[in-house]
Write a protein that binds this ligand. Structure first.
Ligand code: FAD
Length: 455
C-alpha cells in the first residue's frame, strides 16, 4: 500500500490518534489529526495529566509494530506485582505473573502522549492543535471544525474520518442521531482523584519502586504507580456519596483525619495531601458500549470513542492500541476497501471490547476488597501452581488479559471455567500441600484445551 494517495483524517491526538497515525503513515497514507487541545509539548494542560498508565503485552505489541517500544523503555518502570498495604502498615507482595518476564509497566500518560505525537510528526502526519471537531456529515464525510483560539470555523471534505476523540466523542454523538444506533453508558457510583507522593532525598522512591501499591479498604481504595522522577502518581477511588465519600470529605481536617485512620503510612509520605485533594478535580468513570462503530465506509470510531471502560484492569489503552493493530491487519489483507475493513474490524473487536469492559468492572471489587482476603490469596497461589505445572493449559485470567494476546472474550470465557475449577479444588483445603493433583489433572484435561489452540 506504499505511496497510497488517500488522506485519512483522525479526530483526537490523545493516545490512540497518534499511534494510529504512525501505523497508517507507515503504510503510505497521508494522515491529518485534528485535536481540540493545545500542543501539550508546549502548553501544560491540567486534565488528568499526572495519571500513570499500566502498559502491558497488547499495548507493547502495538508500540513495537510502530517501532517505538525500544525508545519507550527509557520512560517506563516495570511493576512486578501488587504491594498490599494494610491499615497497620504491614506489606504483602503478590507477583503479577509466573516469573520475572511477566511484569506490567508504569508510564506517565503525558510522556507517552508527547512521545506519540512527536513520533507521528516524524512520520509526516500533520497535527492541527486547538481544532475542535463540532460535527460530521456521515454521508459525505464533511468534518466541521472550530478553532479554539479564534473561534473561526472550517469544513473539510474527507474521504475517511476516524474518531479517536475519546469517551465524549463528537463523531459518536453524530452517529447517535442515526436510526438504530445502539448506545449504553453506565457510570460507577465511584469517582477518582489524583494525588502525589513526592520523591525522597536524591530523587529516590519512598516506597518499593517496582510495584503497584494498593491500599484496599473494602468499599474504596488508594493506589500508587511509580514515576521515573522518584514520585508516585496516586489515585484515590471513593464513592461519590455516603459515609467515607467525596461528598463527606469536605474540609482539610476531614481528609487528613480520614487518611490518618485509613491510610496512615501513605499520609506520612503525602505532605501536600490536602492541597492535591482540593486542587485536583474529581473524575467520573463509565463503561460505554455502542454499535455500529462505523458509518457508510466514511467514518469509524476507535479506542475510548467506541468502547470506554473503567480503569480497574489497566487495559483501556492496551485495548485501544490493540484496536489499532487489528485495524492494520485487516487493512493489510483487504486494502483500502474501507466499508469492508470497518465492518470486519467491528466484527473482530466488538465481542472482545465488551468482554474487557465487563472484566474491568468485576476487577474493581477484586482490587478494592478481595486482594486483602486470605482465601482469595490462597486461590491465587493455587492458580500460579496450576500454571507452573500446566503452562500451556491453565493460564490465570489476569495473565491471559495482561501477558497474552488471546482475544479478551476467550480470556473471559476460560476465566469462568477456571474459576469453577479453582472453587472445586480450593474449597475443601487450607494448604497448597493438600491440593488434589489428580483431580486437577482430570478437570484441566476435561474442561480446557491448550491456550494456543484457541488464540
Ligand atoms: C484514572 C484512569 C486510569 C487509567 N489507567 C489505565 C491503565 O493503567 N492502563 C490502560 O491501558 N488504560 C488506562 N486508562 C484508560 C486510558 O486512559 C484510555 O483508554 C485512553 O486514554 C483512551 O485513549 P483515546 O485516544 O481513545 O482517548 P483519549 O486519550 O481520551 O484522547 C482523546 C483525544 O481527543 C481529543 N478530543 C476530544 N474531543 C474532541 C473534539 N471534539 N475535537 C477534537 N479533539 C477532541 C481530546 O482532547 C483527547 O486528546 C485509565 C483511565 C483513567 C481515567
Amino acid at each position: 500500500m506504499k505511496g497510497h494517495s488517500q488522506t485519512i483524517r483522525l479526530i483526537g491526538a490523545g493516545l490512540n490518534g497518534p499511534l494510529l497515525a504512525i501505523l497508517l503513515a507507515k503504510r503510505g497514507f497521508r494522515v491529518e489529526i485534528y485535536e481540540r487541545r493545545p500542543d501539550m509539548r508546549r502548553v501544560r494542560t491540567s486534565a488528568g495529566r499526572s495519571i500513570n498508565l499500566a502498559l502491558s503485552t497488547r499495548g507493547i505489541h502495538a508500540l513495537t509494530e510502530a517501532g517505538l517500544w525500544q525508545s519507550m523503555r527509557k520512560i517506563v518502570i516495570p511493576m512486578k506485582g501488587r504491594m498490599i498495604h494494610s491499615v497497620a502498615g504491614d506489606l504483602a507482595f503478590q507477583p503479577y505473573g509466573k516469573d520475572a518476564s511477566e511484569v506490567i509497566h508504569s508510564i506517565s500518560r503525558a510522556e507517552l502522549n508527547m512521545a506519540l505525537i512527536s513520533a507521528a510528526e516524524a512520520q509526516d502526519a500533520e497535527i492541527h492543535f486547538q481544532q475542535r471537531c463540532t460535527g460530521i456529515d456521515l454521508k459525505s464525510g464533511t468534518v466541521h471544525l472550530r478553532d479554539e483560539q479564534t473561534g473561526e470555523t472550517t469544513t473539510l471534505e474527507s474521504e475517511v474520518v476516524i474518531g479517536c476523540d475519546g469517551s465524549a466523542s463528537a463523531i459518536r454523538s453524530e452517529m447517535l442521531k442515526q436510526n438504530r444506533f445502539n448506545f449504553s453508558q453506565q457510570y460507577l457510583d465511584y469517582g477518582y482523584k489524583e494525588l502525589t507522593i513526592p520523591a525522597g532525598p536524591e530523587g529516590k522512591h519512598l516506597l518499593e519502586t517496582q510495584a503497584l501499591h494498593i491500599w484496599p479498604r473494602g468499599n474504596y481504595m488508594l493506589i500508587a504507580l511509580p514515576n521515573t522522577d522518584g514520585t508516585f502518581a496516586c489515585i484515590l477511588f471513593l464513592p461519590f456519596e455516603g459515609a467515607d465519600s467525596f461528598a463527606s470529605l469536605a474540609t482539610s481536617s476531614d481528609i487528613l483525619a480520614f487518611f490518618q485512620s485509613r491510610f496512615p503510612d501513605a499520609l506520612a509520605l503525602m505532605p501536600q495531601l490536602a492541597d492535591n485533594y482540593f486542587g485536583n478535580p474529581t473524575g467520573a468513570m463509565a463503561t460505554i458500549k455502542c454499535s455500529p462503530w462505523h458509518a457508510e465506509g466514511k467514518a469509524l470510531l476507535l479506542g475510548d470513542a467506541a468502547h470506554a471502560i473503567v480503569p480497574f484492569f489497566g487495559q483501556g489503552i492496551n485495548c485501544g492500541f490493540e484496536d489499532c493493530t487489528s485495524l492494520m491487519e485487516l487493512l493489510d489483507v483487504s486494502g483500502a476497501d474501507w466499508l469492508r475493513v470497518f465492518r470486519e474490524f467491528e466484527t473482530a473487536r466488538k465481542a472482545n471490547t465488551d468482554a474487557i469492559a465487563d472484566m474491568a468492572v468485576e476487577n474493581f471489587v477484586e482490587m478494592r476488597d478481595r486482594i486483602g482476603d486470605p482465601r482469595f490469596l490462597f486461590r491465587k497461589k493455587v492458580e500460579l501452581a496450576l500454571e507452573a505445572k500446566y503452562p500451556l493449559w491453565f493460564v490465570p485470567k489476569y495473565s491471559m488479559v495482561t501477558f497474552h494476546r488471546v482475544p479478551y472474550s476467550v480470556a473471559l470465557a476460560r476465566g469462568k471455567v477456571q474459576d469453577r475449577m479453582l472453587s472445586e479444588l480450593c474449597d475443601p483445603i487450607e494448604r497448597i500441600e493438600d491440593l488434589d493433583w489428580s483431580r486437577a489433572d482430570r478437570l484441566i484435561h476435561r474442561d480446557l484445551t491448550p491456550l494456543e489452540q484457541v488464540s
